[in-house]
Design a protein around this ligand. Structure first.
Ligand code: SF4
Length: 428
């Protein structure tokens, strides 16, 4: 579920960089990309995610989402030569058999994602070939795609990046003018944002992933791409390769970020700033009012963000600029400077960033700094709480509707809550 990577090697590589950057590699404490199945399968009810994995993967996914697992203990780990090849042939046959059974039982499935994982027996299986073969066998009935959710290659939000990339080759080509929003949003939040884009005068707005996996939007030179999530580096590149033009903007977290995100899209479609102000300013005012009580709790508090979801930089920007928090360190699993350029420019000067993770070193910095609040993965929350630090689980932010001006108050509340609870406990 969590992954231990290679040994120490912290280096400070950021003397010339602004903000300051520490690059680290070592033991990591993050969920793997399989976790993203939890929100992807809710988003696309006509898709099925078949994890080709081990019992560990099965436990992770079954407890988190209740999706079906292909996880037979028959895979050997030390079988060599001829027997190894024979074992692989068996595994492919077994996979074909399971898929046929599944499709028979579940006529509503239109897309089947084969999701790879870490165990060496799975890595040996060529899931791209398996997907090709299954597509031939079930042509017209279902589309079979594949991507990796392996913890060796992905952190938990990168699973979504992999799934979306797998869908892009299937998107039809089209030249019509449209706004394409990439990244899963809660349906209600997406409806609200779509309504606002329409009021701004952007007529055609489509999304990836779509709500039905079989209804993929077209992409081409008329497509302007707006990322709703900051962890879609591969998806953004692949869509740009298909002709889409990337709109550069901060991410839609907080009042300021959400307004700038919508305004950037409006500018790309030639909407006048006055029209943007007319539609968005009442929302901005309401959003700021909703933030106020949480700002009272958060202002002046010191925040340490450990790398986990890839949402850390936009969150840090929101919490420092709109909620008055002081940033001790902002950790990210990886730093995509292109997709983060607008966010980095909004961080306070000299913010300490870290990329990658060496768990022991990072925890030592947390203990030394004694921040008021630590944003971290589930596995670290209890030990840090036991040491007297308030924590917030990163994963909760991925499952909560936090995008958009209207959600800014709720987003701030998620961070204020552990501090309020701690204050009540210490008073008691
Ligand atoms: Fe664990 Fe790897 Fe399976 Fe994820 S893919 S649950 S990290 S074994």
């Amino acid at each position: 579920m969590t992954v231990a990577a290679s040994p120490p090697a912290a280096s400070t590589g950021g003397e010339a960089l602004e903000p300051a950057l520490i690059r680290e590699s070592g033991q990591r404490e993050v969920f793997c990309g399989l976790t993203s199945i939890v929100w992807l399968h809710r988003r696309m009810p006509d898709a099925f995610f078949l994890v080709v994995g081990s019992r560990t993967c099965a436990h992770l996914i079954q407890s988190a989402a209740g999706v079906m697992i292909f996880a037979e203990p028959r895979f050997g780990t030390a079988i060599l030569g001829e027997r190894d090849l024979a074992g692989l042939a068996d595994a492919n046959e077994e996979l074909d058999r399971l898929v046929a059974q599944l499709l028979e039982r579940r006529p509503e499935i239109r897309s089947l994602f084969l999701v790879g994982s870490c165990p060496s027996e799975v890595i040996k299986l060529d899931l791209a070939k398996a997907a090709e073969r299954l597509n031939r066998q079930h042509r017209g009935r279902v589309t079979v795609l594949n991507y990796s959710g392996s913890g060796i290659e992905t952190t938990f939000t990168q699973g979504e990046d992999g799934a979306l990339q797998a869908m892009i080759p299937l998107m039809p080509s089209g030249e019509q003018s449209q706004l394409l929003i990439a990244g899963t949003l809660a349906d209600a939040v997406e409806d609200r944002l779509m309504g606002l884009f329409h009021r701004l005068g952007i007529e055609r707005v489509v999304s990836l992933p779509p709500r039905r996996s079989s209804e993929l939007p077209a992409v081409g030179p008329g497509t302007k791409l707006l990322l709703a999530q900051p962890f879609l580096s591969g998806t953004a590149r692949a869509l740009v390769d298909r002709g889409a033009e990337l709109i550069r903007a901060p991410y839609p977290l907080g009042v300021e970020g959400s307004r700038a995100w919508m305004a950037a899209a409006a500018a790309a479609f030639g909407v006048a700033p006055a029209q943007v102000a007319q539609v968005l300013d009442p929302l901005v005012e309401r959003g700021q009012r909703a933030l106020a009580p949480h700002r009272d709790v958060l202002s002046g508090k010191r925040l340490f963000l450990l790398p986990d979801s890839q949402l850390e930089i936009p969150l840090a920007r929101f919490l420092s600029r709109e909620c008055g928090m002081e940033l001790v360190e902002v950790g990210v699993p990886y730093l995509d400077r292109q997709l983060m350029a607008e966010e980095l420019a909004l961080l306070p000067a000299g913010t300490q960033l870290s990329e990658g993770q060496h768990l022991d070193h990072q925890l030592a910095r947390v203990r030394e700094a004694r921040p008021d609040l630590v944003l971290c993965g589930l596995g670290l929350a209890n030990p840090l709480e036991a040491e007297g630090m308030a924590t917030k689980w990163s994963i909760e932010l991925v499952f909560s509707p936090i995008h958009g001006i209207d959600q800014a108050g709720d987003l701030a509340e998620l961070f204020a809550r552990p501090l309020r609870r701690r204050a009540v406990l210490s008073f008691a």
